[in-house]
Structures are given as structure tokens and as C-alpha cells.
Design a protein around this ligand. Structure first.
Ligand code: FAD
Ligand code: FES
Length: 371
């Protein structure tokens, strides 16, 4: 049996037990103790904490997210660190009353549909064996079958739920093919089939819609970055007020970016939502490499990079909250655009779809992005 250690979380004083082969983040989230995290794969640096007492193994932390000097200073990444003794660490837990509160658990499910929705993009629906609770915008870690990764156990990839949280058994994922990728290219776009059993863990992440903020929201999605944003939109417009009676943003502006219409999906669904909620939802599909004819312009299509369209539509976004999701380069460009339109970083939530190339290549240290 694996050795266990006691972990103390400062400043909240929570005490949990962690196995020597378990990451400290995993132990915290499974015990219902929420600590900051984002990618869960040692890349973004969001889960960086200071170890006040005890020894940890830094595991697979990337040299970019946790530099040598930081290791020497006693810092560690909770999503990679495993304990080698009892540990006390100090986390920067802000008093955000809207931090997700659902404990991470393991789930099993069956693939019930796989649909080609756009170029290199699939909608995959999983029927879980039991209910899950999650906040709109959170994601699951998919366990990749060991046989596909040379027999290695515990290799995971993360995908965001695109459905409303009121659907507790049926989870929708929108997955983009990454050329040469183990999970997407090798499995989801390979021989993953309806009826196949899958193992998932979650829910993870803090990219969630703030139901307590009435301010209008601008949401910017690139590619399958639409998935968590679609969940948020459904949360607000379909599920309605939360248990505390909070209705969420007073208005939502969705900017969905893609190169061409062949790469855009769910356009009709969002257009129908905009017709149903004309006061509350505005939809702007943006095409960066396809001409927007007068006929397309009438249908609300805009020409250009999604960030340029946002900049052209607004001289000021003061008083808004923003949600950004997609490839890291798009998220950073959108940060710059929003800040130039008078939004502060504290009013911008973002999720970057980081992958293995980011973990090994670094380049994620934008001064705009506080980790
Ligand atoms: C919080 C979060 C939520 C996400 N949600 C979604 C979602 O809803 N939908 C979605 O489509 N994606 C999502 N992603 C991205 C997703 O998790 C995967 O990263 C993506 O699908 C690629 O996985 P893969 O196994 O196919 O590719 P990987 O095997 O991870 O490879 C990715 C790329 O890195 C390269 N690579 C691999 N190893 C190395 C190395 N050692 N050095 C340099 N390059 C290397 C590969 O050639 C490939 O080009 C999310 C990511 C995060 C962090
Ligand atoms: S959550 Fe640990 S590095 Fe991203």
C-alpha cells in the first residue's frame, strides 16, 4: 500500500491526506479543498505555491512553468508535485466566492455519439454511468487507454464540457484534431467508436461564468475554445438563475472566430438563441480568411481576426466582464485588445488550450497574464 502524508493548506488551515504517488493538487481537489489551478499538466504555472515545510518531488513540471531558481526558493507546482514527507504549503487563495466547489471524482461512461461538426472538429458525447455536478466552463481529464501510449498508465488529456450543467449524465465535448497528437489525432479522430467505454476524472478548472456579476459579458472563442463558452451561455440563457437566485450577466456578446465557415460550427444554434433572446444575447461569427459578402454580412458575419472585430465594434468595454478561450496566441491577443478597450485583467477570465508542445516549448510568460 502506498505511503500517505498529511498536507496542510495555508492560510485556510485545511488538512488532507495525500498518497506518495498522488499529486497534491489531486488530493486537495478530491477532498473538496479548492486551490488555484488551470491546465493540470505542469504548463501554465497557475498552481504554483510556496512550500513552507516538508519535501516534495516536482514530477513532470516544465522548466518554463517552474524555473530552477523557483525550485531553489521552495516553490512547486501542485499539479505535478507529490509529497515525500508531511507538507505545509501556502497558496494564493483569493476570496472569490464563486470558486467552483465540486470535488473531483472518477467517472466511467460510454461514447454515445461522434459527429463531424467542422473541419478537423468533432462533437463527442459521453453518457456517464452516474450523475456529475460541475460549473459551466469546467473540464474533464480523459484517461488515454494505456495500450495507446506504450502501456503507460495515467496519461490524460483535458477537454471542456460544452453542455449546460443541468445535464448531469450526458457530457458534450468539442474536440479539435492536433496533427500528430496522441489523443485527438491518434484516438478521437482515429478509431474511437460509439459504444466504447471511457474513463474520465473531474470537474477541473476555474474558468467559470460569474453568476454573481450582472455586468454585460463579452465572450471570445477561437476554434474549440467555444466549448466552455457554449456551456456558460447555455447555463445563463437556458438554466436561468442559480440556487442563490443570481441570474448571471445581463447581456452576453459572443465573438466566435474561425478562418472560414467550414471551420465554424453551431452557427445556426447561436443564431436561434440570439433571435430568442434579442435583449440578452448578441452573436458575431468572425471569418479571418474568407470574404464576407454583403449576403453574409446581413447574417451578422464579420470579416477579420476575432480580436480585430471586437476592437472595431467597441471603443470602450469598461463595465464589462470578459471570458476568453482558445489557442494561447489568440487568448493573449484578446487580452491586449480588451485592455486597450479599458478592461482590467481582474475582469477578464481566460482558458488557454495548452498542449504538449507548450509544455516543452515554453513561451507562455506574457507580462499581461498573471499566474
Ligand atoms: C484546460 C484545458 C481545456 C481544454 N479543452 C479542450 C477542448 O474542449 N477541446 C479541444 O479540442 N482541446 C482542448 N484542450 C486541448 C487538449 O487538452 C489537448 O491538448 C489537445 O487535444 C492535444 O492533445 P493530443 O493528445 O491530441 O496531442 P499531444 O500528444 O498532447 O500533442 C500536442 C502537440 O504537441 C506536440 N508534442 C508532443 N510531444 C512534444 C514534445 N515532447 N515536444 C514538443 N512538441 C511535442 C505534438 O506533435 C502535437 O503537435 C484543452 C486544454 C486545456 C489545458
Ligand atoms: S495547473 Fe499546474 S501548471 Fe497549470
Amino acid at each position: 500500500m502506498a505511503q500517505t502524508y498529511q498536507i496542510t493548506v495555508d492560510p485556510i488551515g485545511a488538512e488532507i491526506t495525500c498518497r506518495e504517488d498522488q499529486t497534491i493538487l489531486d488530493a486537495c481537489l478530491r477532498a473538496g479543498v479548492w486551490v488555484p489551478h488551470c491546465c493540470t499538466h505542469g504548463t501554465c504555472g497557475t498552481c504554483k505555491v510556496e512550500v513552507l515545510d516538508g519535501e516534495v518531488d516536482h514530477g513532470a513540471s516544465s522548466a518554463f512553468a517552474l524555473m530552477d531558481i523557483e525550485r531553489d526558493e521552495g516553490k512547486t507546482l501542485l499539479c505535478c508535485a507529490t509529497p515525500r514527507s508531511d507538507v505545509v504549503f501556502e497558496a494564493d487563495i483569493d476570496a472569490d466566492d464563486e470558486a467552483p466547489a465540486h470535488a473531483v471524482e472518477d467517472y466511467a461512461g460510454t461514447i454515445v455519439s461522434i459527429e463531424e461538426v467542422a473541419v478537423d472538429t468533432r462533437r463527442v458525447v459521453v453518457e456517464l454511468d452516474r450523475d456529475i455536478t460541475f460549473d459551466a466552463g469546467q473540464y474533464m481529464a480523459w484517461q488515454i487507454p494505456a495500450a495507446r501510449v506504450g502501456g503507460a498508465a495515467g496519461v490524460t488529456r483535458t477537454y471542456s464540457m460544452a453542455n449546460a450543467p443541468s445535464e448531469r449524465r450526458r457530457l458534450e465535448f468539442q474536440i479539435r484534431r492536433t496533427s500528430g497528437g496522441v489523443c485527438s489525432d491518434g484516438w478521437v479522430f482515429g478509431d474511437l467508436a460509439v459504444g466504447e467505454r471511457v474513463s474520465l476524472a473531474g470537474p477541473y478548472g476555474r474558468f467559470t461564468v460569474r453568476m454573481g456579476r450582472r455586468d454585460p459579458a463579452v465572450m471570445i472563442a477561437g476554434g474549440t475554445g467555444l466549448a466552455p463558452i457554449a456551456s456558460m451561455i447555455k447555463r445563463v440563457l437556458q438554466d436561468g438563475a442559480d440556487d442563490a437566485g443570481r441570474p448571471g450577466p445581463s447581456k452576453i456578446l459572443l465573438y466566435q472566430g474561425a478562418r472560414s465557415r467550414a471551420a465554424l460550427y453551431d452557427v445556426e444554434e447561436f443564431r436561434a438563441l440570439a433571435e430568442r433572446h434579442p435583449e440578452r444575447f448578441v452573436y458575431r461569427p468572425c471569418l479571418s480568411e474568407e470574404e464576407v459578402t454583403p449576403e453574409l454580412a446581413v447574417q451578422a458575419y464579420a470579416a477579420g481576426l476575432v480580436t480585430d472585430v471586437v476592437a472595431g465594434d467597441h471603443t470602450s468595454l469598461a463595465g464589462h466582464v470578459a471570458y476568453l478561450c482558445g489557442p494561447p496566441a489568440m487568448v493573449e491577443a484578446a487580452m491586449k485588445t480588451l485592455m486597450s478597450r479599458r478592461l482590467f485583467p481582474r475582469d477578464i477570465r481566460r482558458e488557454e488550450f495548452l498542449d504538449e508542445s507548450n509544455r516543452h516549448g515554453g513561451g507562455l510568460r506574457s507580462p499581461l497574464i498573471k499566474r
